[in-house]
Design a protein around this ligand. Structure first.
Ligand code: PRP
Ligand code: URA
Length: 208
């Protein structure tokens, strides 16, 4: 697996704002979308292109375009939903799948409640998005599901990750590419990331 840690100052700045307790739901959503777009710009730098013929005001020419229909964005519900619009702003014709998982508050283990992927999935570049990579349980379960359905080329984008989650995901899925906005210090006794940003789903959707 390759792990890329974001170094762009704009990403760092926006993640700092995201963490603040005083950031409102409205601001939080906007920041998640913007960070996803900036991280997507980095993570999609190896996207495949194809040549198409176009006519400029001057002449006919053959030029590259992204093979947009070959991309699938797959958010892990709920919080991953907040990142989808940022990726679609870059690749509007990408397909979108959904993987519904929630962590049991006691065991911290992921429970699946909904999964639907674009069909066929085999040929697509898949970008799984979830703002938080904590124990890694949800990420591992999501990638397990995608692979079970034939997905092969998988990138995983998380805005904030704990070292424990990165290690677990690398161990379970050494073949995927991981993109992390910020690598935080550790998990606390409730498996929340420190310093983190709290519960990403609650902050995006204004629930508690
Ligand atoms: C959060 C987050 C990840 C998961 C990370 O979701 O969005 O999916 O926790 O934790 P893990 O790495 O320990 O599995 P949560 O289960 O709280 O569900 P929600 O988005 O519906 O609130
Ligand atoms: N899920 C979250 O939303 N936040 C954490 O810190 C850990 C898991």
């Amino acid at each position: 697996m390759s792990v890329s840690y974001m170094t762009h100052p704009l990403i760092k700045h926006k993640i700092t704002l995201l963490r603040k307790e005083s950031t409102t739901t409205n601001e939080f959503r906007k920041l998640v979308e913007e960070i996803a777009m900036l991280m997507g710009y980095e993570a999609l730098s190896d996207l495949q292109t194809e040549e198409i013929k176009i006519t400029t005001p001057i002449e006919e020419t053959t030029q590259p375009v992204i093979q947009g229909k070959k991309l699938a964005v797959v958010p892990i519900l709920r919080a991953g939903l907040g990142m989808v619009s940022g990726i679609l702003a870059l690749v509007p014709s990408a397909r979108v799948g959904h993987i519904g998982l929630y962590r049991d508050p006691e065991t911290h283990l992921p429970h699946e409640y909904y999964c639907k992927l674009p069909d066929p999935i085999e040929e697509r570049q898949i970008v799984v998005v979830d703002p938080m990579l904590a124990t890694g349980g949800s990420a591992i379960a999501a990638v397990d599901f995608i692979k079970k359905h034939g997905g092969q080329r998988i990138k995983f984008m998380s805005i904030i990750a704990a070292p424990e989650g990165v290690s677990a995901l690398i161990k379970a899925h050494p073949d995927i590419q991981l993109y992390v906005g910020s690598l935080d210090r550790c998990l606390n006794e409730n498996a929340y990331i420190c310093p983190g940003l709290g519960d990403a789903g609650d902050r995006i959707f204004g629930t508690k």
